[in-house]
Design a binder for this molecule. Sequence first.
Ligand code: SF4
Ligand code: SF4
Length: 440
Amino acid sequence: MKLQTTINTNSEYHRFPTSEGSHIFVVDGSRIYDLPVEMTDTEALGLFSPILPRYIDYQPLTPPAIASISLNVAQACNMSCGYCYADTGKFGGKARMMSLEVAKASVDRLIAESDPNVGLVIGYMGGEPLLNRAVVRETTYYATEVAKRTGRRIRFSITTNATMLQLEDVQLFNEFPFTVAISIDGDKQQNDAIRRMNDGSSSYDRLIAGLDLFKRYGKPQHLAARVTVTPKTGELLPILNHILSLGFDEVGFAAVLVSPDPSLTFSPSDFDVFLQNMLVCGEKALREIAAGRSYAFGNLETAFSEIHRGSHRPYPCGAGAAYLSANAEGKLFACHRLIDDPEFAMGSVQAGTNIEARTAHLAAAHVDLMEPCNGCWARYLCGGGCYHEVKKRGRVGCDYIRGWLDFCLRAYIELSSQRPEYFVMSNQGVGISSATTLAV
Ligand code: SF4
Ligand code: SF4
């Protein structure tokens, strides 16, 4: 029987073929159905009149209780990567450190404005957060003690360049439930071409020394690698294989859209190359997983996890909703990339979150209110794009996002048939933070 090869796409449905047959992705509710391959698109679409009430009803979200807060404990860095959107953590201002008093107030604010039944996350960001190691340590102790006293579950994350890792950090990340995300861009040559220490020396060598500490003294609960991809990066599969060989639990790619150096930012045509490279990595992951081997390609794992749980949401991430980020003085912003941007100011840890600002943000950001997103089949998986990137660059990667999600849907169906137990396992193992978006 001939496979259905046409793809009919409108704003409510996306039809796609796999080696298993023909399928339709119904946008509202992120539902996937098998279809007879001979069924025409017109017949298929006729089967799916809108279900009422809709899962997503065009009503903006009311600001929920907060569940996650990131602390910019060091608005400074010991590196100066060419593509850094954060101005090495300074966000256009002065280098500065968060005091322990502000960090503790952030913990208290999270406890005060969260749902007692929901697990909480505290993230340490920068700049390079380990420049303020003592505050990371003391805040972790304090948050753990307050959580215990108030009967709350709490876990931690840190995003670091790993060039300053010491034994005491590794012990802290092992003693408490930490996700550690490390920035690395490839092998020594690739990484050091753009990620150098402030004195010009190799950051790769230091990072490898940090990873060695994890090997000797134990890894944290989850050790992730974050690869920043520029138009100059080249093939991604060798990078993925190399970084996986270093012992990470997961490796994910993110394209540069915002950078002080325009030559390092993606144009629409760069996304065509990026998509081809991502598909090569995706196909490799598919083969490995289907054969029963582990291959922790983070972008694919995230997409699988969201598709499997049937995620449908009218926002790209939790920014301004259940997730906020505090600057060094305790002022709150929608997220860690929007630090010190008055357009995304949302209160302070001392005075409380600004409900009016959060309400206005969520009302304006609903994906169904935005062109061209309201005509896009991917909108309840993508959410309309990262607020920071859309503000600075507009929506330049939409064909990439849809192409990648189309592949992920196909891969999900094929793997569900070949290894159904994989999704039971991976859904338990892969943590999705409230800041996660499928689009980056
Ligand atoms: S940002 Fe692009 S891909 Fe995402 S929902 Fe909007 S139009 Fe679709
Ligand atoms: S997707 Fe963008 S806006 Fe959302 S949390 Fe991430 S960086 Fe912030």
